[in-house]
Design a protein around this ligand. Structure first.
Ligand SMILES: Nc1ncnc2c1ncn2[C@@H]1O[C@H](COP(=O)(O)OP(=O)(O)OP(=O)(O)O)[C@@H](O)[C@H]1O
Length: 237
């Protein structure tokens, strides 16, 4: 693995009342040690996962709208507010990698079309379904020793493709020594063996077990008690 530590440089922060320092998990961040090739960020919507992932991408000099170091294109709101305030410690340093944002994938696909190269399954990403395009990206662009920062990669993937994605991830981790940091809500992806899961809930970033995640507990309960669960929710006054 490559990225070992993320530190918030508190001396440079003048106020904790504004985004991104007002987010509880960021406000309370001191340093985060990474000790596994696969780290998941989990937490409620708005708990700060994307904010931190984007800041890491910014420090990696990846395009914060999505892409690697050589993907230069502009979209609105792609600047990172936190990137200037964190410090990354590497051993060894790696520059290869990719930042995937589901929400701006369309712009990335357009950018790839303008390059006129066809490394993504032989046809424009725009001519593939959302899930197919994501999968082309994983299969064709993710290679070699690198750091891959993925924001909700499950967004476009069927359960079967999520499992297939885990296979790609596994090969990259095993054979190429790659590192992944993935913000996700998917109980399937979170099940990857031996990954570290960092929760952004309760105002701090803490390591938790798979079985402790809401994703696991809620999904399990739902699948085992679907009718009762839905009755309770839908008939609640
Ligand atoms: N550019 C911004 N300006 C102000 N507030 C922002 C900005 N971007 C995000 N926020 C706020 O910061 C908080 C954290 O957002 P973030 O996108 O990091 O959450 P998240 O954990 O990734 O959520 P989700 O699971 O919904 O993707 C949210 O309350 C959000 O509204």
């Amino acid at each position: 693995m490559f990225l070992r530590r993320i530190e918030l440089q508190r001396d440079n922060i003048s106020s904790y009342n504004q985004y991104p320092f007002s987010i509880p998990s960021i406000k309370n961040l001191d340093q985060l040690d990474l000790h596994n090739k696969v780290t998941f960020f989990v937490g409620e919507n708005g708990s700060g996962k994307s904010t931190l992932l984007e800041a890491i991408a910014d420090k990696c000099e990846f395009n914060t709208a999505g892409g690697g170091r050589n993907n230069f294109y502009e979209v609105d709101a792609s600047e990172s507010s936190l990137g200037d305030y964190i410090r990354l410690s590497w051993l060894p340093k790696v520059t290869n990698g990719f930042f995937l944002r589901a929400e701006s994938f369309y712009n990335f696909a357009t950018h790839i079309d303008t390059l006129g190269t066809g490394p993504y399954g032989g046809k424009s990403l725009h001519h593939q379904s959302h899930g197919e395009a994501f999968f082309s990206l994983f299969s064709n662009r993710f290679r070699g020793r690198g750091i891959y920062l993925l924001d909700e990669p499950e967004a476009a993937l069927s359960p079967a493709r999520q499992l297939a994605f885990l296979r790609i991830l596994h090969d990259l981790v095993q054979e190429d020594d790659s590192q992944f940091i993935i913000a996700t809500h998917s109980p399937i992806l979170l099940g990857y063996p031996e990954a570290v899961i960092l929760s952004f809930d309760n105002g701090e970033i803490t390591e938790i077990e798979y079985e402790e995640t809401d994703h696991f507990q809620l999904t399990k309960y739902f699948l085992q008690n679907r009718e009762k669960f839905l009755k309770d929710i839908l008939e609640e006054e």
